[in-house]
Design a protein around this ligand. Sequence first.
Ligand code: ZN
Length: 138
Amino acid sequence: MKNYKKELTFNTPARLAFINITTDVKQALSESGIKEGLCLVNAMHITASVFINDDESGLHSDFEKWLEKLAPHLPVSQYAHNAGEDNGDAHLKRQVMGREVVVAVSDGKLDFGPWEQIFYGEFDGRRDKRVLIKIIGE
Ligand code: ZN
């Protein structure tokens, strides 16, 4: 069995951002040479997510509004976590949007359903944060 590992780094200018990383993951799969297997993609920080959904700007705006209703950033004093920091909301947003995705690799390609794309979700940006790609198979 072959395995391949790669890290991506993001530093978003805004606190919250969604970035389509599908091309980066396809590039990693191409570098791996793996044709049949599994591809794991996970955020390496507890205030960021990796998730699969549609690359549609209205949906991303809806995600942002929905997450802000569930866990508003302000006032920061509403979160017990915010003793000495201000990212309590970002931990909750990450929990809702998930840590990782696993995509089947078939015939050398990411075996997506219709419209599926992979996104990095940032909820406490403005610093370097990493995403891990691990691909195993033959
Ligand atoms: Zn924190």
